[in-house]
Design a protein around this ligand. Sequence first.
Ligand code: ADP
Ligand code: MG
Length: 572
Amino acid sequence: MSKIRELPPLVADQIAAGEVVERPASVAKELVENALDAGARRIWVTLETLAEGSAPPSITVDDDGAGMDRTDLELSIRRHSTSKIAAFEDLARLSTLGFRGEALASIAAVSRLTLESRDHGSALGYRLVVEGGGIRERGPVSRAVGTRVSSEDLFQAVPPRLKALRSVAAEVSLIREVVGALAVIRPEVAVVLVQNGDTLFATPGDGHLRAAVAAVFGADRADKALSVSGSALGGAIEVTGLILPPDQARGNRSAQVLGVNGRLVRNFGLRLAVEQAYGPLLAERRYPQFFLGVKLDPADVDPNAHPTKAEVRFTHERAVQGVVRQAVAEALRTAPAFSLPIESEGQHGGRAAEPYGLVQADWLTIDTKAPAERPVLHEELASLVPIAQWALRYIIAQGPDVLYVIDQHAAQERVFYDQLRTSTTDSRYSQPLLEPLRVRLTPREEALFHRAEAALTSAGFRIRADGAGTMVIEEVPALLVDTADLRLADQVLASLEAGEAGEHPVSWALDHRLATAACKAAVKANRPLSHLEMADLLRAMAATENPRACPHGRPVILALTLDGVDHHFGRR
Ligand code: ADP
Ligand code: MG
């Protein structure tokens, strides 16, 4: 007797739904993406959660998009029914977020789904209630053009999924994260998230990224953010967005939003590219906050690389990474001074409560908001006059309208780091490897290699191609000789592609190692300095590329502006 049977449609749907609907946040994401695809200008996401118990939130997404007529509404809940593509080739010029036509079918298979929709051509809307794979109710409804989809009792029929959920609060925060990220990627759409009548956030939908970030992540972050913008290949790849300065880095990656052609994505390579741009400005295990959007030809993006479409692949992976890395690095380089985080307690041995403790005043920051009003820090530094050394570790120095406190160790680290960086571009500093590293090249990489050969040589590498598709690394900059391994070869390959996108090759691959070497060489705190030594150090620091932070990202300088001091003493 035959043992194989075809599964009933509901069972097949419930199984397939596992791919798309992992948790409440996946429902929210699919529904909001559908609203965006429908051209909505406003999207309301409403969550109802029970005070007690662990039932997942019910999720309603309302939009003012194009809507559906009755026929389309009935089709929309069928698996593989979509208005967005007709043939596989359409994926190559995809402009919508959806394309598989399985989200509504999946959500309907694992929850009770209520849909209401009306399009421009219909006088009335239409309503469907779908449960257990079948339509339970249908009928006309009076409503505005647009769509409203509610998913209730999620996973009631799929106990293992229900058990795998976290607390309601944790699931709500995942929903907030994904809806917030979508709202930031599409600042031209007003997105409101409400839980049990409380507004969690509401973006204005005015097209300004900074305004959307302020609404979702807080005004403070939006104020501190630096603008990023860059392009390559004659504008074929563009990146724009906001990043936060390195002193705002966090212990996790939750405030990292990456959009590719308006789609929220995860892409390891791009995230790494951003982190590489911060390079030594980031302390270990600290992650930058960023809100970045990449635009490129849809034909060069594969959105179909992941069940929930969260991962994308690029045809020119490394070129895209190069643009991102370079644009972020540029934003960091041209940024006004970072504001310095001032701890209110602990730093000064219990004196934190002292009313005149200058260190507590919140104006003790270098103003990040008004770059135009602040003189260029380099010029200011060059004209600094050291007044005294304080506590054997700080240099107190005076500029025209600013009093500076400079961390002498951090300053020296910055100076050494820059010196090391320049010395590695001198080929006298290279050293042969005992065992040359051999790496197979693709034909494209081989072509890139030949173009970058001179740059690599001047950076202290000696690398030859053996003519049969293998790259042989024979000498490396002296600083890297102890740690040269296949990862280094990988970094060299990546920098070839980065070089293609116009960046100075190999520099970032070396940064971390240089920072560590500089730290070891720098004087430790607690050493007396003469006036002359202080003046020398300040002058050397003024000449560095980024005097504001040590290579590990700790700040070097604290500035008290005359305005701030006047303000403190009530003189203004
Ligand atoms: P996909 O988005 O991959 O096409 P879905 O199952 O999410 O698949 O949706 C199926 C179809 O239902 C969509 O192609 C679209 O035509 C229609 N649809 C879904 N949600 C909406 C909405 N909010 N507004 C208008 N049409 C919608
Ligand atoms: Mg969809």
